[in-house]
Each structure stands twice: as C-alpha cells, then as structure tokens.
Design a protein around this ligand. Sequence first.
Ligand code: NAD
Length: 358
Amino acid sequence: MNYKIALIRGDGIGPEVVGEAVKVMDAVGQKFGHTFEYVDVLMGGCAIDAVGCSYPEGTAEKCRACDAVLLGAVGGPKWGHSTEAEKRPETALLSIRKDLGLYANLRPAALRPALADACPLKKETAEKGIDLMMVRELTGGIYFGKKNRCQTEDRGEEASDLLAYSELEIERIGRRAFELARLRRKKVSSVDKANVLESSRLWRQVMHRLKEEYPDVDYEDVLVDNAAMQLVRDPGQFDVVVTENMFGDILSDEASMITGSIGLLPSASIGDSAPGLYEPIHGSAPDIAGQDKANPIATILSVAMMFRYSFRLPREAEAIEKAVDAVLAEGWRTADIAKEGETAAGTRKMGALIRERI
Ligand code: NAD
C-alpha cells in the first residue's frame, strides 16, 4: 500500500524527532512492502517566521489530502509573548484539532518493561505492570463552553465557564472507547462526577445505554476523585479510561507521570473522517533543541499508533514497539532516561538503533 503522510515538523526538537520517526517509518515500509509519500506542512513558530502567522491558510486542506498527520511540537520562548492569537504557536494546535474534527484524544500510558525502575510508584505496584489507554474528549466541555465575567454589586468580579455536553458528543467518544477496548483487554472505566454535575449525569446515562451494545466489554463507572487516587494506588486495574475534556486533561498528565519520562509517550487525536493526528505528548523542549539530545521514542511510538489506528496495520505497529523495547532492554538510554553515570545516546543514535531492529 502507498500512504500519504503530512509532516508538521514544527519548532525546537520537533524537526529532530520527526526526522528519526520518518526514517523508522521507511524501515517499516521496506520490511512490510509499503511506501510512504511525505508532505511537509508549515505550522507553529517556524510559520510565524516564514509567513507571519502560526496557522497559514490552507494548512487544514493540506492535511485533509493526506492519510494521517505526524506532528513534532510547536512553540518556544521566541514566540511566547505575542498578544495576537495568530502569532501564538499554540493557537495553531487548537485550530488544527478543530478544523480536522479531532474529538478523541488517545494517550496510552504504558510502563516499558526495561524502565520499570523509572516508575515513581511502589515497586510491587510497578511490578504488576501498567498499560492503560486514556481516551479524552477533546472538542467539548468546559474549555469550549460559554465564558462570562461580570461585576457584582457587593462581591467584586464574578467569572464563570459553562460545562456543556450533548448526547451526540458523549456517544461518539464513548463508542471510540468501547471499540478500543475490544482491541485491548476489553474493559472500559468511564470517569465522571455524576454525584454533583448534571453534565456527568447525562454522560453516565449515555454510557450506560452504550454498554448494552458491547456485552463483551466489562464496564465500570468511576468518580473522578476516586480515579485520581486509583491511578497512583493500582494503575494496573485500568485498561481503557474514557472521560470528558477537563478531567481527561488532568488525569492523562497524572497517568503519564507514573510511567517515567515525558520523552517516551505518544498520542493520537482522531475524528470520524479526517486524517488522525499523531504526536508525542512533550513540547518543543527549547532547552535542548538542536543538540542531538532529544529522546525520539515518543514520536516513533506515535508512528506505531498511526499504523494501528489510521492504517489498521497492527503487525507493523508491533514491529516498532518491539524494536523500542529491544533497544531499551539492551540498556540504551537517551539523556532524559539515563541514570547517573550511564552514557547517553543522542537522538540520531537512538533512532538508528530502533531502525536496525525493525
Ligand atoms: P516541554 O515538554 O517542551 O519540556 C519540558 C521538559 O522536558 C524540558 O526540560 C525538556 O527538555 C524535556 N523534554 C521534553 N521532551 C523531551 C524529549 N523528547 N527528550 C528529552 N527531554 C525532553 O514543555 P515546556 O518546556 O513546558 O514547553 C516548551 C514549549 O513547547 C512551549 O512553547 C510550549 O507551549 C510548547 N508545547 C507544545 C506542545 C505541542 O506542540 N503539542 C505541547 C506542550 C508544550
């Protein structure tokens, strides 16, 4: 098969990590008989420098013409202070998610066996293994609800943000979670705050209706405060965790912390018809940009997610994941995951080692 992939290399370490991921993709193509055509798309700080705005006209159209999008990272101190939205790199991230209708954010948090000692939890907890998938609703809820500020007569200023969800929004993300669980260990934990919030009561109502359609998948409701506790007490109990935008924002960061380094974790944002967008969870790391120090594994594992979820090629995805685990098991580390006294491999070396093991 031939696949067309939009590459948003972006800023800081973005071009370095995307460069290594592309070489790994080509190695997979050679081994399994696929070809890849790459289309460079300018977005972020580099686009501000080149054309004066972070999200140039036609960005979404270029991406829509491809089968998937791979993004490095955007932003950096050079562009951090503009008051104009189009001159802020982060505006481009919100715009592309909205324009491509990417309402489901998938963030796996898996403890790679060779790095079990990087887990900050108790040894016996880590030994049970951690392999969960956070499914966060990405385009609704309180971040997008009506915002208000007003002056009261006797209590100073007052501010509010509306947390609104429709059945349609809940059902489509819920369905994603159940479908994913079928590809994994067949368990869905739906996180809400139904004891207090009306939006959560609707969330739970829709999820209960959906679970009847998936009798082969185990289902549980978990209150968000309990979910935050269980993630550090016994994360091994979770398979697919589905939740609304703000709860997901907080819980997915908590889940990524328990697996060690930010340089290891991939993510996917997907919608119904547009190409999925795959990116590491880390930012542009300006402090180490251009120094061959960045860990490319999160971006390389994002490519594995692309194969699995956009192209439905699980064997190719596994080949990448196994190559990463093999390199780590041999003791190779980049600086962010190396222990004191260990020599660290650079970005290019780590990329080459993974490529060789495909
Ligand atoms: P960051 O993730 O870029 O860096 C945080 C720390 O982790 C830094 O010390 C960095 O060196 C380290 N780090 C990050 N990725 C690494 C990797 N692959 N290998 C080794 N070390 C790594 O977060 P930040 O410093 O808060 O943000 C820097 C810039 O990135 C900001 O402009 C921010 O807005 C932007 N950002 C972009 C995205 C995105 O493009 N999706 C996400 C988060 C932050």
